[in-house]
Structures are given as structure tokens and as C-alpha cells.
Ligand binder design. Structure first.
Ligand code: UD1
Length: 444
């Protein structure tokens, strides 16, 4: 299994480009199941998760072709099966995003229930509630969701649960509603930029969705959608991870592909933490303005501070000059990284749905284990700042959401090496050409 070796203590410097947003690419790819013709997606992120979605779509009969490293064509005219097996769904929960598009276009879908998750309890009851409201009959049998509908009809749907709105649930219901007869109104819709990007994509294909970016979506069903060319938004989580990489290493990074309108809460929080962030067009220059300052932060649905940045912020606060409180109201149990950070000399205590972090003067390198995607990013940040060597195992989690992370870090003067069986290697994704920029370089 691959691991990442980081010899910490180097200030990151240089320019880094943010890849396309994983969480926008996945539901957009799934939506092409309901769009006859050839969809072309630009700024396509080359990730383990997008590769899993390619495998899933290929199984359904979608023809997939890379036009260049970051442009993909998806031709969905010959969809032949509607079944998503456990083997793929368990590796990527977002596979559930195929449910709505399959129901709308094929009248049926059979998708494995995703099962457990390292970041906490993740039910999909709201997805099913929304699709049922549109007229789907849903049966759960032997670990699979069997959904069918002769015709989907518009409905009024309230899509909130105990933790608020649901991102992929909104994507699923929206993707089905665009082809339902009549008007659908989704209340308590998720407002995340990735949901807006899916909505903008569907509208470009001929859908009629209004209210994107607000909690009320109004969707007037259309008879069919047409394939288009579309450019995926940059990944706001990757962008803010780079900001924190500059902060934790006392570096100086120029980050290209920063949508500040997608990052208002993150930028505000990081400035309060002592980072100087200069924004111009879609580029941010990030340095430290002084010592890292402690914070009291709560992760919330958009436009709040994102739960997908909570682990990285926790890592950065380990080196702040004082005591921080980080709470997660979206996934209250998403703190597996805390135990690994303790092994690197952090002072962290779990409390209710959060952690209390007492800043220390330095972290020390250690062997640590990645437990999920963002927890892995937190360990990378800690390793970059730590004294000595950090070895992060199970980095396939990182590959799910960060394109060529080791390569990008090396080009910013980090001392990192990706290793497999003691030898450096590059991740290979089945069915896709290796991007020219994804060679994993090593330093030191
Ligand atoms: C998406 C993102 C993930 C991010 C999360 C929250 C993708 C592919 N993944 O995940 O990176 O961390 O949003 O911003 O876009 N819930 C229910 N019932 C449901 C669905 C969700 O109770 O049917 C709860 C969840 O347990 C959680 C909260 O709602 O507490 C938000 O989850 P949700 O927005 O659905 O997360 P995902 O869409 O799975």
C-alpha cells in the first residue's frame, strides 16, 4: 500500500494551480446518464473518485474518452443496465448520485446502499424521501435500493434532516426533478457551490432550475436534455488546503483557481488565524501576517465554514499561540485525525462534537495513518510543519480528492516522496491516460 514520506520544516513557496472540484464533477458525471449525446467536461479533476465514477458509468454502458489530460467526453446514448454494485459504491459514497439520473431516464435504478463511513453516520434517507415524493417506488432489499417509476411528477419537497441540508441528496433530487412532469419545489436545498455548478450544468443542457444558491429551488420539468460542453468550477477545498499549507509552513504561495465567492467563510477564518490573503481575479497570494492565532470555529453547511476543511484547520491550530475550539455540526464525529495528530505531539482533547486544541511550539514527525480524505490532508499539513520525518500510510484516501498532491508539493519546495514497497511511484488510474503533470517527484 502506498505511503507518503514528508521531511518537515520547509517553507512552501511558489505557484500552485487548483484542480477542478471533485464534488461538482461527480454529480455532473452522474447526471450525464440522463443526457443523450456527447457531453464534454473541461477542468476535469484526475482523482481516484472521478476514476471510480468513470468505472461505474462505463458499467452502465456510457462511452468515456479523454480528449486531453483534463477534458473528458461522456456519451450516454447506450445505457444498458441500471445496477450499481456494492464493490464500487463502498469505495465511493457519491456513487449514490446515479440514482436520480437513472430513475429519470430509465425509469429504474438498483444501487447498493453505501454502508459505514469513517467520518460518521451518513444515512441517505433524505435522498430516498425526495425521490419518493417525485413518485418513485423504493424498496430496500439485500443491501440494495431498488427504485422504479413509470413517471416522475413534480412535488413540494422539504429536504432537511437533523444536521440541516444534504448536498448529494439535493443533487440527486434535482437531477430527477429536471425530467419530471410539472413543477418541483425543493425547500431546505443545499446551497453549496457544487450544487450550483450541477444546476448550472443542467440548465445549460436545457433544464429549468431557478433559485440556485438559495435554500428554495424551483424546477420546471422538461421533456429532455441536450448534451453540452461545460467547465467544472475549481475545487474550493483544495484551494483552502493550499492556503493552510502556506500558513502552517510559514510559506508564501500563489494559488491559481481561487473563487473567493466560494470561500468567504474560509478566507475570513484564515485571516483571523493570522494569514495574509491577497486576492486578485482568481488568484490568491497567501503568507503569514504574524504568529498563528487561536480560533473558535464551527463547521456548518454553506455559506458556513466547510466541514471538509475542519480537519486541516484542526492541524493548523495545533501550532497556534493559544487554545482553539473546533466544532463540526455537519459530521459531529469527524475527528479521527485528532488521535493521529496526538502522535505528532499535538495537544488535543475531544469534547462533544468538537475538539479543544492547546497550541504547541512544534510538532514532531511520526508514522501516522490516514483514515479518510480530509483527515489525510490534515496529516500532510502537520507533516509539512513537523520536525523530522512523517510517514503517512493508506494515502489512497488522499488520491480520492487531491490531484497529484505529492507532485504539486514537490514543485513548492516540500520534501516529499510517494513510496510503494520502498520505491517511489505514481498513481495509475485504469482507463485514463496518466496526466503529464502527475509525475510524482521527490526531493531531498
Ligand atoms: C457531501 C460532500 C462531502 C461533504 C458533505 C458536507 C460530495 C460528493 N460529498 O457529502 O465532501 O463533507 O457534503 O458538506 O459532495 N444526512 C442525513 N440524511 C441524508 C443525507 C445526509 O441525515 O439522507 C446528514 C448527514 O449524516 C450529515 C449531513 O446530513 O450529517 C450532511 O450530509 P450531506 O450533505 O448529505 O453529505 P454528502 O452529500 O454525503
Amino acid at each position: 500500500m502506498d505511503e507518503l514520506r514528508i521531511r518537515g520544516g520547509h517553507r512552501l513557496q511558489g505557484t500552485v494551480s487548483v484542480s477542478g472540484a471533485k464534488n461538482a464533477a461527480l454529480p455532473i458525471m452522474a447526471a450525464t446518464l440522463a443526457i443523450p449525446g456527447r457531453t464534454i467536461l473541461h477542468n476535469f479533476p484526475r482523482l481516484r473518485d472521478t476514476n471510480s465514477m468513470i468505472q461505474l458509468l462505463t458499467q452502465f454502458g456510457v462511452a468515456v474518452e479523454f480528449l486531453d489530460d483534463h477534458t473528458i467526453a461522456l456519451e450516454s446514448s447506450a445505457v444498458s443496465t441500471c445496477r450499481a454494485d456494492y464493490e464500487l459504491v463502498r469505495t465511493m459514497r457519491a456513487s449514490v448520485c446515479v440514482l436520480g439520473p437513472l430513475l429519470a431516464s430509465q425509469g429504474e435504478a438498483c444501487v447498493s446502499l453505501p454502508g459505514g463511513c469513517n467520518i460518521g453516520h451518513r444515512p441517505i434517507d433524505l435522498h430516498l424521501k425526495g425521490l419518493s415524493a417525485l413518485g418513485a417506488e423504493i424498496v430496500i432489499d439485500q443491501g440494495y435500493i431498488h427504485a422504479s417509476a413509470r413517471e416522475l411528477r413534480g412535488a413540494e419537497i422539504y429536504l432537511s434532516g437533523p444536521q440541516g441540508s444534504t448536498v448529494t441528496g439535493t443533487c440527486n433530487v434535482m437531477s430527477a426533478a429536471v425530467l419530471s412532469r410539472g413543477r418541483t419545489i425543493i425547500q431546505a436545498a443545499a446551497c453549496e457551490p457544487e450544487v450550483i455548478d450541477l444546476g448550472n450544468f443542467l440548465n445549460a443542457c436545457g433544464a429549468q432550475i431557478t433559485g440556485l444558491g438559495t435554500s428554495t429551488l424551483t424546477i420546471d420539468g422538461v421533456r429532455e436534455l441536450q448534451a453540452v460542453e461545460y467547465t467544472i468550477i475549481p475545487d474550493r477545498i483544495e484551494a483552502a488546503t493550499w492556503m493552510m499549507a502556506a500558513g502552517i509552513t510559514d510559506g508564501d504561495l500563489t494559488i491559481e483557481g481561487v473563487r473567493d465567492d466560494h470561500l468567504t467563510a474560509a478566507i475570513e477564518t484564515l485571516r483571523t488565524a493570522g494569514l495574509a490573503i491577497d486576492l486578485q481575479d482568481e488568484t490568491a497570494r497567501v503568507r503569514r501576517a504574524g504568529d498563528l492565532q487561536p480560533l473558535d470555529v464551527v463547521a456548518l453547511p454553506f455559506p458556513g465554514f466547510p466541514t471538509d476543511l475542519q480537519a486541516q484547520l484542526t492541524a493548523m491550530m495545533c501550532l497556534a499561540s493559544g487554545t482553539s475550539v473546533v466544532t463540526d455540526r455537519v459530521f459531529p464525529d469527524r475527528f479521527l485525525h485528532a488521535a493521529e495528530l496526538l502522535r505528532m505531539g499535538a495537544k488535543i482533547r475531544r469534547e462533544s462534537s468538537g475538539v479543544i486544541i492547546e497550541g504547541v511550539n512544534e510538532l514532531s514527525g511520526a508514522c501516522v495513518m490516514a483514515s479518510d480524505l480530509r483527515a489525510s490532508a490534515a496529516l500532510v499539513l502537520a507533516g509539512l510543519a513537523a520536525r523530522g520525518e512523517t510517514v503517512i500510510s493508506r494515502i489512497y484516501h488522499l488520491d480520492r480528492g487531491y490531484e497529484d498532491l505529492a507532485g504539486k508539493l514537490s514543485r513548492l519546495d516540500a520534501d516529499v516522496e510517494r513510496q510503494k514497497g520502498g520505491r517511489p511511484n505514481t498513481p495509475q488510474f485504469a482507463g485514463a491516460p496518466t496526466p503529464s503533470a502527475s509525475k510524482t517527484s521527490s526531493k531531498g
